[in-house]
Design a binder for this molecule. Structure first.
Ligand code: NDP
Length: 253
């Protein structure tokens, strides 16, 4: 690994597992000093030099406290990775007011809260925000209505941050396809036969496999670094080619 992120003090939300964990490990290995958060206790995997702050990004006061503590312990935050997210797997008709509050609270308001908390301090030292969106914000997953819409919000907010806060801050989104994490398992569990659904999904990936958390951490690390100096306001899909193909095949129509 290079140390190309050694100028960065990073906050990665949702670093207890899955994609967030891979991002914490990768940006740390690339030289950044890192603080991360989740709603639970400090995860066992975290090395001592990574700061853990229990926080719920859906709450503005938690977001402000997270950034203040990270700044106090590490210095001014120059890299924010908005990774924390939840999946409410329901249609519009099935979704309750509590579902709305959870889904929109974490995935939309959480990204807003965290971005608002870091942006004033980023001006003047090359700030970078990387938001984790989803292909689900572009092509709809079945029975995930609020989740799909929440990710479209993230993509739109990404563009607004880039145009309103450039050139001091660059902001991009990474749009993962299906990545092997607890959240993906929840999605497959909705199928009548989860193992068959997983096999069917793999066949649809030109890359021949589902994603690994490190596949997403790799592009986050690139976007965070100065090699990506001219990349801002964009959504970068990393999905093993899943959304490149037409769903219609010869013989199927
Ligand atoms: P996981 O469910 O495995 O991990 C989610 C992480 O977010 C956990 O660390 C969780 O910790 C944290 N988190 C959730 N809610 C909050 C909150 N309110 N405040 C702080 N932390 C929170 O998910 P993935 O790793 O799969 O997903 C990470 C991101 O990638 C999400 O934004 C997701 O939407 C996106 N994504 C995932 C895909 C996939 O196939 N896995 C595909 C496309 C996008 P805790 O619960 O302890 O708070």
């Amino acid at each position: 690994m290079s140390r190309h992120l050694s100028r960065h003090i990073a906050v990665v939300t949702g670093g207890s597992r899955g994609i967030g964990r891979a991002v914490v490990e990768r940006v740390s290995a690339d030289g950044a000093r890192v603080a991360t958060c989740g709603r639970g206790d400090r995860p066992a995997y975290l090395p001592d030099d990574v700061v853990w702050i229990r926080a719920d990004v859906a709450k503005p006061e938690d977001a402000d406290r997270l950034v203040a503590q990270a700044t106090e312990q590490l210095g001014p935050v120059s890299l924010l990775v908005n990774n924390a997210g939840v999946l409410v797997a329901k249609t519009v008709a099935e979704s309750t007011d509590d579902d709305w509050d959870l889904q929109v609270g974490v995935n939309c308001r959480g990204v807003f809260n965290m971005s608002r908390a870091v942006l004033p301090g980023m001006t003047g030292h090359g700030g970078v925000i990387v938001n984790i969106g989803s292909i689900s914000g572009v092509v709809a997953d079945l029975s995930s209505a609020l989740y799909n819409a929440s990710k479209a919000f993230v993509h739109a907010l990404t563009r607004s941050i880039a145009i309103d806060h450039g050139p001091q801050v660059r902001c991009n989104a990474v749009l993962p396809g299906w990545v092997e994490t607890d959240m993906a398992d929840e999605g497959f569990d909705l199928a009548g036969d989860p193992a068959a659904a997983r096999r069917d999904a793999i066949v649809r990936h030109p890359a021949g496999r589902m994603g690994r958390p490190t596949d997403i951490a790799n592009i986050v690390a690139w976007l965070a670094g100065d090699e990506a100096a001219w990349a801002t306001g964009q959504c970068f899909t990393v999905d093993g080619g899943l959304t490149a193909a037409s769903p219609l095949r010869p013989g199927s129509f």
